[in-house]
Write a new protein. Structure first.
Lengths: 406, 511
């Protein structure tokens, strides 16, 4: 146990879900006779779920400030529809259409943010209103008919990274490069952390733990690089996956490394204390809501790109998947708790469940039931752990001295 | 009735939590019809003992014997202890603000007639009960419209409705002003005469001294001393000595200030109540503080001390009407807390848990939270700088914790307050406003906070200290302003003031 703790860090709880995800993938892989861990399946898994995961990024922040946004599905649908409409009806350049869609996201976010931040109407009500309004508007402007999207968008919704360079690598070189960048970056940050670890607290972490961690993570990155890089000719790590990856890094930094990020957690943890520490609470509310709707527009654009047309029902119930991802990732309903990375793991759990059950031939009806149960169990497990102060599954499997005493 | 002069005997009570022995072999004997005070530092085990007594910790989860009214009791829950005649009034009031007094008193024990609530009978009894506790308001008044003192009385009325024999009051006056406190103590004396025994847990030694018939001191989960006293003639120093296990020669550290220039000056400050239009919570308040000077604000609860301070701190409270603030001779307009912090003002709020801290945060995140600019590297928060800063304050203020990464919720009150103070010291303020900085903190930690306040003044900071405890103000500050109903009513040098002269100005407006 001590060994694991040294490698993964003190807070093991966040690894419970990672472990669950790994187990889930392996179990599905076995049941489906190896159809889970294939290049094409994982390529589809990522490009088919990127839009929900992007929504979950914004939703995490909304939930951390103690609010909820029910309008994201409708906003994504609306932004996507307007984009397709202006490009189709007015023959606008696809790039201009995308900018218009993003602007719509920002405007809707400002609308939601205004009611929440300036008038103090809870996000639940504000966004319930927006959800109805924008769903109605999508159907209104489209007259319930799908509108074809500019072809260029297909690249963003379902494209792959280009093929180049020598063939002897045996895989897509863009993917290989991405994997190498990932591994190098991880090693760099780990070593930098190691160098600084002893300076202040006087306790340097052991070298072997750092090395084990590097080997472990590098192996995982290498495996997925291989998995994504060795698919069919012309396929690679999908573009929506790349967009998601960049957004995850950006939002991880925003939430963990910027003052705005700290403000989000402060407002969610204790609004009055935050206000007395110089945090502008209403500005934080406003920006968080605005950011959410902009991400909803991004999700809408990617989805339209993938499906080559904007439909009147696009985005229906996406908010629910996004919210579920955030809570499976361990965020607190009362706000103040939750991270981007855990949310991504939560979202992947949902995605893998969907995908795995589909591979097994389980119908959409039963899949819904199972997903609902998983959400409930995951949150119940988390709440139970917090209440009793007991360790997570990993802690249970490898009881340490500290947990034994309890 | 019963020959036994003792109404309650707790023998050899031992209660263990995982890894901690909260109580070990505690004995408590309470004489019938008396007021018995229990004192001890925070975390000494007083509340745990009361939870054992009232059945919060059921029989079997502790060792030892409880003999109440001559019979051994094995309470499994609060309901059983209530039926036996034991009632607890907690520090935090537990009533529902949106319901009326009657509804709250009979909550959970509604009187019914053929299945429906018998409102007439409930109301009639409520009037009777309110008379007993000396509260003359309508039984239909909503709890939220009552003051804290009145709410406390309703709590007691609720206990009385259950035919209580033994009433336990946990820090009953901690939220009350002097008047209400005196009122409550008077009521306890009255209850004693009516045959209700009271156990009072309190930090306020003057109150213990005023009304106790017996005192038990608990320290580190053990009974240190228990003896009968004569109300009004209690040796407070003796209690302090056994509470802390050492004699505190002087409760307040020695200090001489060297005041410099006036660096904070407020003129004709007027603020309106945000909820009641036309009601002014600050009326033409003017005062000044010199660099290196500690200035006290004395006022009763509700006098407008906190309101004044919060309105000065970037208009965090109330509606600003008029008045000016001068910092180092220059007039500034502080329209937001952010601006106030940037201009070198810090405010440590009175309500630590609700206003001072985000209990979800770790120590290090809390310490840097009011001045994150200081730990930026290339626009991003630098965790190495954050760690360095928090380690520095941990050492300087002797914050007791495993490491600075642990949550602030795991700390004791005194250490939490040190974290809050660190957070504000990290903003490098020129003016520090401390609102009740020692509230809910035990004697030892208070001394450390006082010393810290003195150090801050020695560094040339202007310190404003708001406090309800007059001895504390007299012992720590240099100059005292008194405040009453939103107006500053007097200004005294601490060396020339005493409790009476202050109290006079805190209760009467100077014409």
């Amino acid at each position: 146990m001590k060994v694991i703790k040294k490698v993964l860090g003190e807070d093991l709880r966040q690894y419970t879900m990672v472990l669950a995800l790994v187990v889930l993938i392996l179990v599905f892989n076995i049941i489906s006779d190896g159809r889970m861990l294939t290049s094409s399946n994982f390529q589809n898994l990522l490009s088919g779920n990127a839009y929900v995961l992007i929504l979950a990024l914004g939703m995490l922040m909304v939930i951390v400030i103690g609010q909820i946004d029910l309008s994201v599905g409708s906003v994504a649908g609306f932004a996507g529809m307007v984009m397709a409409k202006v490009a189709h009806d007015f023959n606008l350049n696809w790039f201009v259409a995308v900018l218009i869609a993003l602007a719509i996201g920002a405007l809707v976010g400002a609308w939601n943010g205004f009611f929440l931040a300036k008038l103090g109407i809870p996000g639940f009500i504000t966004t319930l209103g927006s959800m109805m309004m924008f769903r109605g508007l999508v159907i209104w402007i489209s007259q319930s008919i799908s509108v074809p999207a500019p072809d260029e968008l297909r690249f963003f919704g379902a494209g792959y990274m280009p093929e180049w360079g020598p063939a002897f690598t045996g895989m897509n070189n863009s993917t290989l490069l991405l994997g190498i960048i990932g591994i190098v970056a991880f090693i760099y940050f780990e070593l930098r952390k190691y160098k600084h670890s002893g300076e202040i607290s006087g306790q340097k972490q052991p070298m072997w733990a750092v090395v084990t961690r590097i080997v472990l993570v590098s192996a995982i990155i290498a495996y997925f690089t291989w998995l994504y890089g060795t698919g069919r000719e012309g396929t690679s790590f999908p573009i929506p996956g790349l967009i998601l990856l960049i957004l995850v890094i950006v939002y991880h930094i925003i939430t963990q490394k910027t003052r705005f990020g700290r403000h989000i957690y402060a407002v969610g943890g204790n609004k009055s204390a935050a206000a007395l520490s110089g945090v502008n609470v209403s500005r934080t509310y406003f920006l968080t809501m605005m950011n959410m709707s902009m991400l909803a527009a991004v999700a809408g654009i990617l989805f339209v790109g993938r499906s080559t047309a904007a439909g009147p029902a696009d985005g229906t119930q996406w908010e629910m998947d996004a919210i579920a991802s955030v809570f499976i990732g361990g965020a607190a309903v009362s706000g103040g708790v939750g991270t981007i990375l855990a949310t991504m793991v939560g979202g992947m759990v949902m995605a893998v469940l969907n995908n795995g059950l589909m591979l097994m031939g389980v119908g959409a009806d039963k899949t819904q039931v199972i997903k609902g149960l998983v959400l409930l169990l995951a949150v119940a497990f988390d709440v139970y752990n917090k209440k009793t102060g007991k360790a997570s599954i990993i802690g249970r499997l490898f009881p340490s001295k500290e947990t034994e005493k309890k | 009735m019963n020959e036994n002069p003792l109404i309650l005997e707790m023998r050899g009570i031992t209660k263990e939590f995982p890894g901690v022995k909260a109580l070990s072999d505690v004995t408590l004997e309470v004489t019938r019809d008396s007021i018995h005070s229990i004192c001890g530092e925070n975390g000494a085990g007083k509340s745990t003992l009361m939870k054992v007594l009232s059945g919060v910790y059921p029989y079997g989860s502790y060792d030892g014997q409880i003999i109440f009214d001559g019979r051994e009791m094995k309470f499994r829950n609060i309901k059983e202890s209530e039926q036996a005649g034991i009632a607890i009034i907690h520090q935090e009031l537990t009533m529902i603000p949106e319901l009326s007094i009657t509804e709250n008193i009979f909550m959970g024990n509604e009187l019914t007639k053929s299945g429906l609530i018998d409102w007439n009978e409930q109301r009639r009894r409520t009037v009777e009960l309110l008379k007993k506790v000396g509260l003359s308001v309508s039984p239909d008044t909503l709890i939220k419209h009552l003051g804290v003192g009145q709410q406390q009385l309703v709590e007691i009325a609720k206990a009385l409705s259950k035919n209580v024999k033994l009433l336990i009051l946990d820090e009953p006056t901690s939220a009350l002003n002097e008047d209400d406190s005196a009122n409550l103590l008077e009521l306890m004396r009255g209850l004693k005469e009516k045959g209700i025994t009271c156990i009072m847990i309190s930090h306020k030694l003057n109150e213990i001294a005023a009304i106790s018939d017996a005192v038990t001191v608990i320290r580190d989960g053990q009974t240190v001393e228990s003896y009968e006293v004569v109300a009004g003639q209690v040796d407070e120093n003796k209690i302090i000595k056994s509470m802390v296990g050492r004699s505190i020669e002087n409760r307040y550290p020695e200090h001489t200030s060297n005041p410099g220039e006036v660096i904070f000056e407020v003129k004709d400050w007027c603020v309106e109540d945000p909820e009641v239009e036309g009601r002014m919570v600050c009326k033409n308040s003017s005062f000044y503080v010199r660099a290196g000077e500690i200035v006290g604000f004395a006022g009763l609860m509700g006098a407008g001390r906190t309101e004044l301070m919060r309105s000065l701190f970037g208009r965090n409270y109330g509606i600003y009407k008029s008045g000016t603030i001068k910092l180092k001779g220059k007039e500034v307009k502080l329209t937001s807390v952010e601006a106030a912090i940037e201009n070198g003002i810090a405010y440590v709020p009175e309500d630590r848990k609700n206003l001072g801290l985000n209990l979800l945060d770790s120590i290090k995140k809390t310490i840097v939270s009011a001045n994150m600019k200081k730990i930026l590297t290339g626009g991003l928060l630098d965790s190495a700088k954050e760690l360095a800063a928090s380690e520095e304050y941990k050492k300087a203020l002797r914050i007791k914790c495993k490491d600075v990464g642990v949550g602030v919720s795991t700390l004791s009150g005194g250490n939490q307050q040190k974290v809050v103070l660190s957070k504000w010291m990290f903003t490098e303020p020129d003016v520090l406003i401390l609102d009740e900085p020692t509230r809910g903190i035990d004697v030892g930690a208070k001394y450390e906070i006082y010393k810290l306040i003195h150090e801050l003044a020695d560094q040339g900071k202007a310190v404003i200290m708001v406090s309800s405890e007059l001895p504390e103000l007299l012992g720590v500050v240099d100059r005292i302003y008194t405040i009453f109903e939103g107006s500053i009513t007097g200004e005294l040098m601490a060396s020339e003031a005493d409790q009476e002269s202050l109290m006079k100005r805190m209760t009467v407006t100077s014409a």
